[in-house]
Design a protein around this ligand. Sequence first.
Ligand SMILES: N[C@@H](CCC(=O)N[C@@H](CS)C(=O)NCC(=O)O)C(=O)O
Length: 225
Amino acid sequence: MTSSLYRLYSFRRCPYAMRARLGLLFAELQVELREIVLKNKPTQMLAISPKGTVPVLQVFDAIVDDAVIEESREIMMWALEQQDPQGLLDTKFLHQANALIKQNDNEFKHWLDRYKYADRHLEMTQTEYRQRGEVFLQVLEKLLAKNKYLLSDSISVADIGIMPFVRQFAHVDRDVFYSLPYPNLQQWLQHWLEHPLFLQAMIKFKPWQEGDDVMVFPASLIDLN
Ligand SMILES: N[C@@H](CCC(=O)N[C@@H](CS)C(=O)NCC(=O)O)C(=O)O
C-alpha cells in the first residue's frame, strides 16, 4: 500500500527525466521518487511500463482510475496542468514551445547522441556530428538574442524541456561548447546550471530497492517569490 499520490521512476543523469523533474518542481508537486539503475530496472516499473524507459509517473487516484504517464514531455505538461504558479504553460507560446521540443527530441537528440558517442558511429566525424547538432543551437541562439528565455522574458515549458539536452551537448566538450559563437545560449545555459530548481532537480538519490523507506522529491518546496 502507498500513501503517496504520485510516484516517479527516474534516473538522475537522464535528460528526459531531468525535464520531468523540472516540470514537477515548477508545478510545486511532491512525488515519491524511485531512482533506478538502467541496467537493472525494477520489475514494479516494468509491470506498469513495459517499454522500460524513464521517466515514468504513476498517478494514484481514488476517484478516477490510476494512470501511468510514460513520456517525459507528457509528464512535464501534466504536472504544469495541475498547477502552474509561474505560468510556464502560457498559451500564447504553447504552440511554439511544442514545436521546439519536438525539434529537440527528433532532430537535435539524434545528432547529440552521435556527437556524444562518435566512436560508435563511424559514418561521420565527431566534428561533423557536432555541426549537425549546432543547427538547432543556432535556432536557440537566435531566439535568445531577442529574449532572456527561449520564447519571452519568462520561463516557458520550452526552456525546461530543452535545457537538459543542451547541457548534455555542452558537456561532451565544455571547452569546445564555450568557444562556439553562441553567447546568448551559453549565458542561458549557465543561468540554468545555477538555477535553484535545477540544482534541486539534480540532488542525488540512492537507487531504490524493494523494502526501502519512501523517498520524497523534492524533500522541501523552494519558494521562488
Ligand atoms: N521518449 C521517452 C524517451 C526516454 C528515454 O529514452 N530514456 C532513456 C534514459 S535517458 C531510457 O530510459 N533508456 C532505456 C535504457 O537505456 O534501457 C521520453 O521522452 O520519456
